[in-house]
Design a protein around this ligand. Structure first.
Ligand SMILES: NC(=O)c1ccc[n+]([C@@H]2O[C@H](COP(=O)([O-])OP(=O)(O)OC[C@H]3O[C@@H](n4cnc5c(N)ncnc54)[C@H](OP(=O)(O)O)[C@@H]3O)[C@@H](O)[C@H]2O)c1
Length: 261
């Protein structure tokens, strides 16, 4: 069976991507910190879709994380890896100067360095499969600066640019790269980012479900598309950022996110 490796697979968008990949016939390699939640996803993949899943409970911000995941993946997928999903990530809500620097650097390690390190380490295995796919989970925040989510938005802009550049370099190699940029999605993201209940309530009004986001992401991935923004509202909003002057876009974003600080 073809194998798919998903980071941040214990809950939220990663969990839904894992189960949707199982439904499409992939066996799973699941990585996150929470062993119990990973086991629960593995059991669901088996019960619902009769697919096997191996789990690795690991803090992906550890300096050796990418090497550890890569050797674990090589052990499970000697004939090649069909799908790599770089999904694990989180945001930190607050002004750059007021947030703890170490925490912000930890976020960058997970959101940006880890996908680079893991993709680099796994490309030989991805090339070994007849056809393979990389899905990088960015955000609509990749398309604009977002005051009070400044470094988070910057990390996702990096991921979008990285995805597009790598995709071009890999043309004709059999490895396709897609960037999935969700807007607000009902997961633990807001809590982890330290967003207050008022801001989360605003986000909830326009949120998609993680299952909807996962379905849109996989449809684009297997169609070989470069980018996908799930949801009409998110598509329109992200599209406007390329035509509306940046100071106006930033003022609107600040009006939403800074207002509740
Ligand atoms: N929800 C949104 O509104 C939204 C919008 C746009 C983009 N996104 C992006 O979607 C991706 C998934 O987030 P989500 O919304 O599904 O949030 P979530 O429910 O908080 O899930 C985050 C996942 O990342 C894992 N993770 C976090 N820190 C980790 C670490 N140090 N080592 C290993 N795994 C770690 C978590 O597992 P453990 O805690 O078990 O380690 C969990 O599986 C992120 O990249 C996020 O930026 C989310």
């Amino acid at each position: 069976m073809p194998l798919a490796l998903i980071t941040g697979a214990s809950r939220g968008i990663g969990r839904e991507l894992a189960l949707a990949l199982a439904q499409r016939g992939y066996d799973l390699l699941l990585v996150a910190r929470s062993a119990d939640q990973l086991q629960a996803v593995a059991q669901e993949a088996q019960a619902l879709h009769q697919r096997q899943a191996a789990v690795l409970a690991l803090d992906l911000t550890h300096p050796e994380a990418a090497a550890t995941v890569a050797s674990w993946a090589a052990h499970h997928a000697p004939e090649g890896l069909a799908v790599l999903v770089n999904n694990a990530g989180y945001g930190l809500w607050g002004r750059f100067e007021q947030l703890n620097l170490e925490e912000q650097l930890n976020m960058l390690q997970l959101n940006l360095n880890l996908p680079v390190q893991l993709t680099y380490a796994l490309l030989p295995l991805l090339r070994r499969a007849a056809r393979s796919y990389v899905l990088n989970v960015a955000s609509t925040a990749a398309y604009q600066a977002v005051p009070s989510l400044t470094l988070y938005a910057a990390s996702k802009a990096f991921l979008l640019s990285f995805s597009r550049g790598l995709r071009y370099e890999l043309k004709g190699s059999g490895v396709s790269v897609t960037c999935l940029s969700p807007g607000a999605t009902t997961t633990d993201f807001g809590n982890r980012a330290g967003m207050g209940t008022e801001l989360q309530a605003v986000a909830n009004k326009v949120s998609m479900t993680a299952a909807q986001v996962a379905a849109a992401g996989l449809k684009a991935l297997f169609a070989g598309r470069a980018e996908v923004i799930p949801g009409v509202l998110n598509k329109v909003t992200a599209g406007l950022t390329s035509v509306v002057p940046k100071p106006i876009v930033e003022k609107i974003a600040a009006g939403i996110y800074e207002k509740y600080l």
